[in-house]
Design a protein around this ligand. Structure first.
Ligand code: RB5
Length: 142
């Protein structure tokens, strides 16, 4: 199950992503926002991060205008490794090396075509499980 959330700036890209997830048969749960009224991105970054932290959802996807604010919010939650990716290579590498559990996107930065490729790479790439990467991830927890 993928947790997905956005602020008002990310809502139309979020809708495209949900359509894509449905098409490829990946289950998701939408944690809002649900319309284009101005809202505060930290709320939605935290909502998604919380359910991923609890293990209720395996991964998360969060979207705001730049992807920056909402990724900062998600990364404040212990155990969350949110990666802001605007290219496919980074999305693959952050799964392989960082075992990122949340993908952040900026709807005002990239178009939906590229965003869907990034989502696909993020979902389809497994963590490498190599010892050096496991050790570095442990170090992130302090
Ligand atoms: C909203 O206008 C915008 O500030 C927000 O979506 C995001 O880009 C913040 O990082």
């Amino acid at each position: 199950m993928i947790a997905i959330g956005s602020d008002h700036a990310g809502i139309s890209l979020k809708q495209e992503i949900m359509k894509f997830l449905k098409k490829i048969d990946v289950e998701y749960k939408d944690f809002g926002t649900y319309n284009d009224e101005s809202v505060d991105y930290p709320i939605y970054g935290k909502k998604v991060a919380d359910v991923v932290q609890k293990g209720e959802c395996e991964k998360g996807i969060i979207i705001c205008g730049t992807g920056i604010g909402i990724s900062i919010a998600a990364n404040k939650v212990k155990g969350i490794r949110a990666a802001l990716c605007h290219d496919v290579f980074s999305a693959k590498m952050t799964r392989l090396h960082n075992d990122a559990n949340v993908l952040a996107l900026g709807s005002r930065v990239i178009g939906s075509g590229l965003a869907l490729e990034i989502v696909n790479a993020f979902i389809c790439t497994e963590f490498s499980d190599e010892e050096r990467h496991l050790n570095r991830i442990k170090m992130l927890e302090g």
